[in-house]
Design a protein around this ligand. Structure first.
Ligand code: SF4
Length: 423
């Protein structure tokens, strides 16, 4: 007898289980497995007969003997089915699975072939990662200094980032408002305070209207617009005081910079360039709506450690174009809760930079510090264009990953100590 699947030639899991039970009986005389096989619809045995044989099978009587006993009381047709089943399992017990289970045997052979292991691939020799950098920016070098893997995702892969957050759009709109405001107000010390306040408020409304579709919702846009208005009041208070102490004229807004340093082309935009009325020196400002260094000392140390290149790059861009740079400064516009207090470094020719205290927002940076930063930029450019980088390491500072757009894709990112049991 050939036991075929009840569903024609389809080998389903119930048929495979049926065959496994029969095999277990054949090889180990597992009576329980035989009862399961007999109860399967694939055996085609009447269930009442199987149940009766099971009940009759005791210590001194096997399931087969009980089945034969029951079979005597079955109608001829069912009796024949029972006998055929018993003959089949006896054939099986003789090891002739191919005769009784041809479809199953074919499937098993196919599966065995499918599961046989392929020969291992030869291990490739690791090669360098092509970076194809055609021009550099200080922010790209900052990204590389912060985390080479982040640089790789953003600048080598051109990986798509997320659409940006409301906080990022707040920064973009505030930048635009200040650009237009200082286009109207070139010499703040000549303008009444109320006109300064009204002028910036008007430009904020215009900018937030222009970027309205970039916010997640109308509510979010309104909240961020109000935040900008409150921060703007702080900004104007600082501007009035700053212009009163050292009158200046704004000579550049979103100033495009194209510069070649040691053969490496750089691009960037200076948020604002002011010229001092008395000395003619320029001050470079970079607006910041995110988190920045909290003191001049902290910011200077970041430059010295080769973690910060943006303002040194603007310094060199201005210097090479013939300007005398008095200071470089970050202008924080993140929070309306604290007064606007730029983190400012006065450039000094002397061999050491004075420190006004660790917490002070104002300090000094030497020209040799800025030269070292410039040399650091060139070193990074050489490294990135060497064609020898085989791996872009991840940062070891978990804080750098907090707002990283690639965190989901980055398996090797460092685990913050507080999460080390949670991943
Ligand atoms: S998640 Fe962290 S380690 Fe990974 S790319 Fe971003 S900053 Fe680098």
């Amino acid at each position: 007898m050939v036991i075929a699947p009840t569903m024609g030639t389809v080998i389903d899991s119930s048929y495979a289980a049926f065959a496994d039970d029969l095999a277990a009986w054949c090889t180990q005389r597992d009576d329980a497995a035989l009862r399961r096989a007999a109860s399967s619809h694939h055996s085609r045995l009447p269930l009442e007969a199987v149940a009766a044989a099971s009940a009759l099978a005791k210590d001194d009587r096997t399931f087969i003997e009980a089945g034969l006993e029951i079979g005597r009381h079955l109608p001829d047709a069912l009796h024949d089915v029972l006998l055929a089943f018993i003959r089949t399992i006896e054939t099986l017990a003789a090891g002739d699975i191919a005769t009784c289970f041809p479809p199953l045997e074919r499937t098993r052979r196919k599966h065995d072939a499918a599961l046989s292991l392929a020969p291992p691939n030869r291990r490739e020799t690791p090669g360098s990662v092509p970076t194809r950098v055609t021009r550099f920016s200080a922010s790209a070098l900052n990204a590389y200094a912060e985390c080479p893997r982040k640089w790789f995702y953003r600048y080598a892969c051109g990986a798509v980032e997320d659409d940006g957050s409301s906080a990022a759009t707040y920064g973009t709109a505030f930048h635009a408002a200040l650009e237009d405001f200082h286009g109207d107000v070139l010499h703040p010390s000549d303008v009444p305070a109320s006109a300064l306040r009204d002028g910036l408020a008007r430009q904020i409304d215009r900018a937030f209207e222009r970027y309205s579709t970039k916010f997640d919702s109308e509510l979010e846009r309104e909240l961020q617009r109000r935040r900008a208005h409150r921060t703007a009041k702080r900004y104007i208070a600082w501007l009035i005081d700053h212009a009163r102490r050292a009158p200046f004229a704004t000579v550049g807004r979103e100033l495009p910079v194209r510069l070649e340093i040691d053969g490496f082309p750089f691009v960037g935009y200076i948020d604002r360039l002011d010229r001092d009325d008395n000395s003619g020196e320029v001050a470079v400002f970079d607006y910041k709506t995110g988190t920045i260094a909290e003191s001049a000392v902290e910011y200077r140390e970041r430059i010295r450690r080769g973690q910060e290149f943006q303002l040194p790059f603007y310094y060199w861009a201005c210097t090479i174009s013939g300007e005398r740079v008095r200071s470089i400064a970050l202008l924080p516009l993140k929070s309306h809760l604290v007064e606007v207090r730029p983190i400012e470094l006065l450039v000094t020719e002397s061999s050491s930079a004075r420190t006004n205290g660790k917490e002070a927002p104002r300090g000094e940076i030497t020209v040799s510090d800025l030269e070292a930063a410039r040399a650091g930029m060139i070193d990074l450019c050489r490294e990135l264009t060497s064609g020898e980088i085989r791996e872009f390491a991840v940062t070891d500072d978990p804080e750098a990953c907090t707002y990283c757009a690639y965190a989901t894709a980055c398996r090797m990112r460092p685990i913050p100590p507080e999460d080390r049991f949670g991943r």
